[in-house]
Design a protein around this ligand. Structure first.
Ligand code: PLP
Length: 379
């Protein structure tokens, strides 16, 4: 059997162990310390926006949860959420006892459709419910139509939480994804563009918002010599060891973005002469994707085969590929949640496939991928 080619695997830069050693030497083996502060500073510099304050946390999911809490989301509230996404975008809404209201995607960015968003909000208002927040996602690194989404959010005075878990290094009109909303969410899980093994961050626009996140993420201890609590807290802070990995990874983030974008270009070339296949690409110059995952949509009527056929062809050669995220409004666990949209996300899910996209793929591995694709589409 050939060696496995992963969809997206960790890719160390080289200095990660140096930062971990420093942590051990100084005995900062704890969820605080110089690497945590250093990692936060590194992300703040990378995002390049003034007044940005970043809180390093144990996961992107934790960051989303704290963003919802800081937006005042409580039991019985409604929160608008992009349907086509990973479940971690929606789960924290349920943690708060709130109800997700799912909204369809638009065909060019695969992200929340501003028109459907407006429809959804108007309908919720007509039912006497004002949504407490909007969770918009930058899927596979592709920026959402931020200006349009923010305009709708402003019209109805609803805060936007940007799930940029997949979009570190992506920009919209030159500005970093994750810095547009009331809060931004980043993830450093093992399969993301950079990793801390597991981890996340909350992007805030004031020291006050960051302090609140850190307070909640460290069990919400009041200012007292004993342990006193007047709020429910969480154990969501990032470990100083994981943050050491993050500092090493931040040194190579720009390279990782280039390599992922090169993978996307590789697929664009490969599929240029194949009918019935579209490679997921930026619809305009305003959008710059980190292309965390390269993805295609297959038209089975033209190709005569389905995305599952291609997935199995890859699997036979020990190459991992994956259907696009199954929309949340089709998930059994969210069967009771309201949904607004047409069938954009559903159609994408039926025909879309994520392809191996790692920044560490070799020429030989690209060759194996190419052979499978050429064979598959030839007959
Ligand atoms: C990975 C991911 C998350 C969750 O991040 P974790 O760090 O794994 O908790 C949230 N949203 C999206 C869209 C993701 O891809």
């Amino acid at each position: 059997m050939n060696e496995k080619i992963w969809l997206s695997s960790p890719h160390m830069g080289g200095n990660e162990l140096k930062y971990i050693h420093e942590a051990f030497d100084a005995n900062w083996v704890a969820p605080l310390g110089p690497n945590v502060n250093g990692f936060e500073n590194d992300i703040e510099s990378f995002l390049k926006e003034e007044h940005i304050k970043v809180a390093a946390l144990s996961a992107g999911t934790a960051a989303l949860h704290l963003a919802l809490i800081e937006c005042g989301v409580a039991h019985g509230d409604e929160v608008i959420c992009q349907s086509m996404t990973f479940s971690a975008s929606a789960n924290p809404i349920a943690y708060q006892g709130a109800v997700p209201v799912f909204v369809d995607s638009e065909p060019d960015t695969w992200n929340m459709c501003p028109k459907q968003l407006r429809e959804a909000i108007r309908d919720r208002f007509s039912k006497g419910k004002k949504p407490k927040a909007i969770v918009v996602v930058h899927l596979y690194g592709m920026p959402a139509k931020i200006d349009e989404i923010l305009a709708v959010a402003k019209e109805f005075d609803i805060p936007v939480i940007e799930d940029a878990a997949e979009a570190l290094g992506s920009t919209y009109k030159g500005r970093a994804c994750g810095t547009f909303g009331r809060f931004g969410v980043l993830s450093f899980n093992g399969n993301k563009i950079i990793t801390t093994s597991g981890g996340g961050a909350l992007v805030c626009h004031s020291q006050e918002d960051k302090d609140k996140a850190v307070f909640l993420s460290t069990q919400a201890r009041d200012d007292a010599p004993h342990y006193q609590h007047s709020q429910i807290g969480y154990n969501y802070r990032m470990s100083n060891i994981c943050a050491g990995i993050g500092r090493g990874q931040m040194e190579v983030l720009a390279d990782r973005v280039s390599a992922r974008r090169a993978m996307h270009d590789f697929y664009v070339d490969l599929f240029a002469d194949i009918d019935g296949v579209g490679v997921f690409s930026e619809p305009s110059e305003d959008l710059f994707s980190n292309h965390w995952l390269s993805a295609i949509v297959i038209d089975p009527l033209v190709v005569g085969k389905t995305r599952e056929d291609l997935r199995f062809a890859f699997l036979k050669d020990n190459i991992e590929s994956r259907p696009l995220w199954k929309p949340m409004h089709l998930q059994p666990v969210f069967a009771d949640s309201p949904y607004y949209g047409a069938k954009v996300a559903e159609t994408l899910f039926d025909n879309g496939l994520c392809l191996p996209s790692g920044s560490n793929l070799t020429d030989l591995e690209r060759e194996r991928i190419e052979v499978i694709i050429e064979k598959f589409f030839k007959n």
